[in-house]
Design a protein around this ligand. Structure first.
Ligand code: PMP
Length: 416
């Protein structure tokens, strides 16, 4: 397909709509992405042509539905460089994937005095599950500290390991500050210290090429809804032997091998972790999202996002009333820009942007401890994806001027 922004935008029906009388400028893809016609069609095609429950179905529709789900599993494995489809567990979101590991692995393997290491950058989804399982098992939760600009160094991580560290769970890219972490080095460091790794790749897989085999990562979690796919679906990649040694946290139909009145045995991964009727339609449609991203190319997508990020930073950074949070160097960033304007509340900022048709996210971005550490209540955040254009960034610049005008930022208050 190559990178043709006009053609890409034409594939996203929602980009044709207006918001508050202005063309929609969607700068909130870090929360959830928009979907191209191809994914929407795949979803309705599933319901129109193939809908049936899966698992041991012998009729044609059941076989077709199962084949579509397994095809998406195989595509997902290929997309992230996983060795085989059986290493891909479908969950309901990144949060579910991380909980599955925290409980399924943690309950079996953490003992009092053991340590789980995370970072100060984590989304609540990669923090609270570890708080809970360490409390439950008597293990200790420790944090790798970040630098002042929201970057995280391998050196800081090295100092945080101890012989008792059993798991290092960290975000590949911060959803709130845009920091991109040195993922491979951190994984190698954890392994050298005898710890397993879980990478929260919710903000990585949609935007950057992923190769779990080259990384050697033990577990990886991400959400299709942030990468053109449907909501209500999550992915957990795990090394097969680790998944095979893990207990399910949900049990019932679909995850068993044999059930007796007094005992049960479980199916091998991935089905052991997919109890009950799964999200069949969304899983089937997810395959179309992967096809779309692969046709455009992840390197081209990343290059495009960084061009937009660069332009947004050129607008924000010289403005004396704007504070840009996160890495100083663009090389340490992905396509997320968090900022505050003067002493304005981010919600007020977001509302004025919205009145201009520009959708930005505001608040703590599910990173309350990080906001507390930075001494702020929240930020306004613009995040970019393949369908955003340079015109979107110019609309963002106009929104910024509107905010300053509306709240009279920089206008001295007259005292009479
Ligand atoms: N981790 C990160 C870094 C995220 O950005 C998000 C979504 N904002 C999550 C975890 C949680 O994803 P989900 O809501 O799909 O479970």
């Amino acid at each position: 397909m190559g990178f043709d922004i006009k053609k890409i935008r034409a594939d996203f029906p929602i980009l044709k709509r207006t918001v508050r009388g202005k063309p929609l400028v969607y700068l909130d893809s870090a929360a959830t992405s928009q979907r191209p016609r191809q994914v929407i069609d795949a979803l309705s095609s599933f319901y129109e042509n193939h809908n049936a429950n899966i698992h041991r179905g012998v009729h044609a529709l059941a076989e077709e539905a199962e084949a579509l789900v397994e095809e998406s599993r195989a595509k997902t494995a290929r997309f992230i460089g996983a060795p085989k489809p059986e290493t891909i567990v479908f969950t309901s979101n990144t949060t579910h994937s991380i909980n599955l590991v925290a409980q399924g692995w943690g309950r079996k393997n953490l003992k009092p005095g053991d340590e789980v290491l995370i970072t100060e950058l984590e989304h609540h989804s990669n923090l609270v599950p570890w708080q809970r399982i360490t409390e439950e098992t008597g293990a200790l939760l420790r944090y790798v500290p970040i630098e002042e600009d929201g970057t995280l160094t391998v050196e800081a991580a090295r100092k945080a390991f101890s012989p008792k560290t059993k798991m290092f769970a960290f975000t590949a890219m911060s959803n709130s500050l845009g920091t991109v972490l040195p993922v491979k080095e951190l994984i190698d460091l954890a392994h050298a210290n005898g710890a397993l790794t879980l990478v929260d790749a919710a903000q990585w897989v949609p935007h950057l090429k992923t190769d779990v085999a080259a990384w050697g990562v033990d577990f990886l979690a991400f959400s299709p809804h942030k990468m053109l796919g449907p909501t209500g679906l999550g992915v957990l990649y795990g090394k097969f032997d680790l998944l095979d040694a893990m207990d399910p946290i949900m049990s019932g139909g679909g995850m068993i091998q044999e059930v007796h009145y007094d005992r049960s045995t479980y199916a091998p991964p991935p089905h052991r972790f997919e109890a009950g009727t799964p999200n069949i339609a969304d899983t089937a449609a997810f395959g179309a999202a992967i096809d779309y991203l692969e046709a455009v190319g992840m390197d081209a997508i990343h290059a495009h996002e960084m061009e937009l990020t660069q332009r947004a930073l050129e607008i924000l950074e010289p403005d004396e009333f704007v504070t840009v949070l996160g890495p100083q160097k663009i090389e340490d960033r992905g396509g997320v820009v968090s900022f505050n304007i003067d002493d304005l509340h981010p919600h007020d900022v977001g509302q004025v942007f919205d009145s201009e048709g520009v959708a930005v996210r505001v608040g703590h971005h599910c990173c309350q401890p990080l906001m507390r550490k930075l001494g702020i209540g929240g930020t306004a955040r613009a995040s970019f994806y393949l369908y955003n254009s340079l015109e979107d960034v110019e609309a963002f610049a106009r929104g910024l001027s509107k905010v300053k005008e509306f709240f009279k930022v920089g206008v001295p208050v007259k005292v009479s």
